[in-house]
Design a protein around this ligand. Structure first.
Ligand code: CO
Length: 293
């Protein structure tokens, strides 16, 4: 009872203190409000992989026709490589400074990463710092990567299952190649495998650099007597990892390792950014952020 009274009292105090502030804020709302979008990908230097990012660019601009769209790459290695080829791409920090300079007041940053790993968390941290800078943005927020929450997991699993080539038979497996990381967010990969296997027990998720490895996946395949698998990148683009570590002819590529176990591998060199249903999930995440600005 006493708690109830206290809650009501606190509510009234809040109302009288906060309500005038809210009104004042509305009155002072910046007439110069200038909103921008910054899309942030890991990046790629493989020309054939660029089409995934081009598709994302096109769909994003169509979804937010009134808001200018800028790009940044988080990979400094890729930015350096591109600079040598005469193509300049900004880091998120350079792009944000530029947007500050151009008078943007509200910025919606969208992470085009797959999981909320290192790059995503750095992006969030630095975006917050830009928001705190004197003369910085009034509002800046970062949208979740592709595998943000439970609903994303379900949606992404659904899209992937729908994009498996139609001539694949149920006894043939599908292995997705994620990047993998030391970051705790690596758990998103085995989690996605769980969602996929609720619908199709013959679909697996491995990573290049962490758990599960291709060897872990092959242990799962062994009792099934699988003879043929489809390989699909679980990355925004079908870039260097997809072309070399997954589908390459080198002795350590997934294709070669599988061939060593007499398993025939069919690589599908398509990045997730080439699937419109996947791009729509990123667009939904960005829409959430734009709404909050
Ligand atoms: Co890598």
């Amino acid at each position: 009872m006493r708690r109830g009274i206290r809650a009501v009292a606190a509510g009234l105090v809040f109302f009288f203190l906060a309500a005038p502030m809210v009104w004042a804020q509305a009155e002072n709302a910046n007439p110069q409000k200038k909103t921008g979008i910054l899309l942030v990908a890991f990046g790629t230097s493989v020309p054939e992989a660029q089409k995934a990012l081009d598709n994302i660019d096109e769909k994003m601009r169509a979804a937010f026709p009134e808001i200018p769209v800028r790009w940044a790459y988080t990979s400094s290695m890729i930015r350096k490589k591109l600079t040598k080829e005469g193509k300049t791409l900004d880091s998120p920090e350079t792009a944000l400074s530029q947007m500050m300079e151009e008078g943007f007041t509200h910025v919606a940053v969208q992470s085009l990463h797959i999981i909320a790993g290192e790059e995503y968390h750095e992006l969030v941290r630095n975006a917050e710092l830009f928001g705190r800078m004197a003369g910085g943005f009034e509002r800046i927020e970062v949208g979740l990567p592709l595998l943000g929450d439970h609903y994303d997991m379900e949606a992404v699993a659904g899209v992937i299952l729908g994009r498996i080539p139609g001539d694949r038979t149920a006894s043939e497996s599908v292995i997705l190649m994620g990047h993998g990381t030391e970051h705790p967010a690596n758990a998103a990969y085995p989690a996605l495998m769980h969602y996929l296997q609720q619908k199709d027990f013959n679909v697996f998720v491995g990573t290049v650099e962490s758990y599960p490895t291709i060897q872990d996946i092959m242990k799962m395949l062994a009792p099934k007597g699988v003879q043929k698998v489809y390989l699909m990148p679980l990355m925004a683009v079908a870039g260097d990892h997809a072309r070399n570590d997954m589908a390459g002819d080198g002795p350590d590529s997934w294709k070669s390792v599988l061939a060593g176990a007499r398993i025939d591998a069919v690589p599908i060199l398509k990045g997730l950014g080439e699937y419109d249903e996947i791009v729509n999930i990123w667009i939904d995440h960005l829409r959430e952020v734009v709404k909050r600005l």
